[in-house]
Design a protein around this ligand. Sequence first.
Ligand SMILES: NC(=O)c1ccc[n+]([C@@H]2O[C@H](COP(=O)([O-])OP(=O)(O)OC[C@H]3O[C@@H](n4cnc5c(N)ncnc54)[C@H](O)[C@@H]3O)[C@@H](O)[C@H]2O)c1
Length: 331
Amino acid sequence: MARILILGGAGFIGYHLGQRVSQEPGHSVTLVDDLSRGRMDPDLAALLSRRAIHLVRADLTDPGAFADLPRQWDQVYMLAAVVGVRNAVGDPARVIRVNTLVTLNLLEWLPPATGVVFFASTSETYAGGMSLGQLPVPTPETVPLSVAEIRNPRFAYAASKILGEAATIHYGAAKGLRFVIGRLHNVYGPRMGTDHVIPELCLRALDREDPFRVYGPEQRRAFCHVTDAVEAILRLTGTEGAWGEIVNIGNDAEETPVGDLLGLILRAADFSPRILSLPAPEGSVARRCPDLSKLRRLTGFTPKISLDAGVSETFEWYRAWRNREGVGRTP
Ligand SMILES: NC(=O)c1ccc[n+]([C@@H]2O[C@H](COP(=O)([O-])OP(=O)(O)OC[C@H]3O[C@@H](n4cnc5c(N)ncnc54)[C@H](O)[C@@H]3O)[C@@H](O)[C@H]2O)c1
């Protein structure tokens, strides 16, 4: 029997993690979320109908939200954050405030004898060095972390996650916590909102945009299906050798130009528009692919889901969602 706390549990990765762990016999799972991004949609309602899982609606920027929770857990996953370039550009102060407070409140509250704590970090923590062409690709965990221009709102998210990593490491040492920092790289799949490239392209393909805009088609990404990401997260928290470590999480098998990704989505949509290639968004790195040697060495993890299969599944989820909810709503 494991007691599992998933903070940000109604969001994209939190939902899929909750779905996976609530299937394990004897596990009891608590999701906490303020539903600012995560939604009480049919998927989440179906998950919550299972016996061993429930949702606490709370704003984790309030220390009182933690005080109301039991303190003894076997695994704690810190996934709550304000993510996405649109949020960072639109309200960088909110990104800094929420991402910093939820992490510090958690670290202040955790008793030393708690279970393993997972902090969700990101490849954006080293994007500054990547933009300057200073870092190797595939990129290992040892590279320096930096932001290219501290005044640019776009980098508020990266700055908050650099602080989150440092806070986890130093509170962890001070309190004797067992923790793992996972640097997630381009995770995708059903129910991921609209602030990422794959759902955005899916929704515009469903809208039959023609000519079809694609920004930075030459930029390369290594996309990781959420089922693989959840497997890597669980292996890391379950591996003693990973405690205290920073570990990349992603899929290095298929580094794909955004233009080729679009090809997969248009094929799934059975749609052949004219393509309008536009410059990549400012501050977006030309190439990103994690070095997964450490994850493999520690856990034996191998990503299993091909981009082709994962993109088809994701497209079908967005098609069903659009049919259910109608145009103009966001998942
Ligand atoms: N999806 C990716 O590719 C990716 C890549 C790198 C890092 N990450 C990290 O993984 C984590 C999960 O990402 P995701 O894609 O599932 O994002 P998400 O936005 O879908 O999930 C985050 C959840 O946190 C909740 N939340 C926000 N503020 C809160 C608050 N004050 N109190 C309680 N809940 C709050 C939101 O409602 C949302 O449901 C984040 O920390 C993110 O930075 C994700």
